[in-house]
Design a protein around this ligand. Structure first.
Ligand code: F3S
Length: 78
């Protein structure tokens, strides 16, 4: 499973980092990004982190967290 945050949809609510501190981090503006791969969506989420990923994914109020079974295209960072 691959994931990234659509920064323009993130309202910096903070839930994803609370639910999945090993996956999500905030930039200087409080906008979340995936720290596994600097929000590229190209690194497979390690199996032990999938439970916390799902918690964060379902908790995000704006749908800013997107996921895919295949890596995201590299030219489509955010
Ligand atoms: Fe942003 Fe959603 Fe996380 S609004 S801070 S990506 S829970």
């Amino acid at each position: 499973m691959y994931t990234k945050v659509l920064s323009e949809q993130c309202i910096a609510c903070g839930l994803c980092q609370l639910k999945a501190p090993d996956i999500f981090e905030y930039d200087e503006d409080g906008i979340a990004y995936v720290k596994l791969d600097n929000n590229l969506g190209t690194k497979d989420i390690p199996l032990p982190l999938l439970a916390q990923f799902k918690d964060a994914y379902t908790a995000c109020p704006t749908g800013a967290i997107v996921r895919s079974e295949v890596p995201f295209p590299k030219d489509n960072k955010k």
